[in-house]
Design a protein around this ligand. Structure first.
Ligand code: COA
Length: 324
């Protein structure tokens, strides 16, 4: 059976570190409050690097680790909600920057923190249908641009980051077993950005603020519930149980969300990958960045079952199971 196998991974974070102590000087907060409520100690922020530049760095690394040249890629899908431009898409800019072939499909998927799981779902379906053979899938966000750095309820949570995978068509047993994506737009106001899109002079109304707005408590509860359901769904679909999971890579939004899911699924600590301490919530970058660190750290071996689950504004959520 034709499957989509992950042939290489890559990631990139900007150099500049903003620690909780740095934030103590910017808003009324403490390192202790942030650490206990979120598990985050520091995050990276871009000091001028664009979304495209970060995506290109992660993408190039994934291509190198897969041993595949950019000219072989026949599909580019980028999950992001912080593109550099309204259009063209980040995927088109990446295609150009990496000198990929002209004529291949390249497009973005907007699903906030679920961006990578959505993008991977698309690539998986393109590959399993025989339409594409070698895809570059990237999750990237530069939330530092849309965060109100005077708002202590949101600025402590987010950071910038990018991750990428090269997915290839394969006839073996290894690859994406299944992926499941969901959304419920009735909850859109829980977590949103009013928009870089400005009103035209022909419309009534004030200019919209472009900062991210969030209802933290409600978001928290829905994050736990939907990610738990998404993991159960992907396990059930493949006849697996939580004990079969070799490594669980959850979206890194809050350590308390991750711990709640870990407990509900009865997963041992060592099977849950966590790097939130260093990066905070990097939105669409979060899962591929964690995946790349897990691969490079030797935590994933051939035949392992890797399960990933996400949650984000939209609301959007989803899960993927991979036999490595
Ligand atoms: C945002 C979040 C960390 C807040 O944690 P919480 O335990 O729910 O805290 P609350 O919002 O109830 O606030 C508790 C108190 O801390 C205060 N507070 C909020 N942010 C603070 C900060 N950075 N520093 C210090 N105090 C803060 C609040 O004002 C409140 O004070 P009060 O009790 O005097 O009213 C948590 O709700 C969360 O992580 N939600 C999910 C967000 C998320 O993951 N979003 C992305 C999804 S992809």
């Amino acid at each position: 059976m034709l499957m989509a196998r992950i042939a290489g991974t890559g990631s990139y974070v900007p150099e500049k570190v903003i620690s909780n102590h740095d934030l103590e000087r910017m808003v009324e907060t403490t390192d202790d409050w942030i650490t206990t409520r979120t598990g985050i100690r520091e995050r990276r922020v871009s000091t001028g690097e664009s979304t495209t530049e970060m995506a290109v760095k992660a993408g190039r690394m994934a291509l190198r680790s897969a041993g595949i040249s950019p000219s072989e890629i026949d599909l580019v899908v980028v999950g992001t909600v912080t593109p550099d431009l309204v259009f063209p898409s980040t995927a088109c800019l990446v295609q150009s920057a990496l000198s990929m072939r002209g004529g291949i499909p390249a497009f973005d998927v907007a699903a906030a923190c679920s961006g990578f799981i959505y993008a991977l779902d698309v690539a998986d379906r393109y590959i399993r249908s025989g339409t594409s053979k070698k895809a570059l899938v990237i999750g990237v966000d530069v939330f530092s641009r849309i965060i109100d750095w005077n708002d202590r309820t949101t600025c402590i949570l987010f950071g910038d980051g990018a991750g990428a995978v090269v997915v290839v068509a394969s006839n073996g047993r290894e690859g994406i077993l299944s992926s499941h994506i969901h959304s419920d737009g009735t909850y859109w106001e829980l977590l949103y950005t009013p928009g870089a899109i400005r009103h035209s002079p022909f419309e009534r109304g004030e200019q919209r603020d472009h900062y991210l707005l969030m209802k933290g408590n409600e978001t928290f509860k829905l994050a736990v519930r939907s990610m738990e359901e998404a993991v159960k769904e992907v396990l059930q679909h493949n006849g697996l149980s939580p004990e079969d999971i070799s490594l669980f890579i959850p979206h890194q939004a809050n350590i308390r969300i991750i711990n709640a899911i870990k407990e509900r699924l009865n997963l041992p600590e060592e099977k849950v990958f966590v790097n939130i301490k260093k990066y905070g919530n990097t939105s669409a970058g979060s899962i591929p960045l964690a995946l790349d660190e897990a691969v490079r750290g030797g935590l994933i071996g051939r035949g392992d079952i890797v399960v990933m689950a996400s949650f984000g504004g939209g609301l959007t959520w989803g899960s993927t199971a991979i036999r490595w």
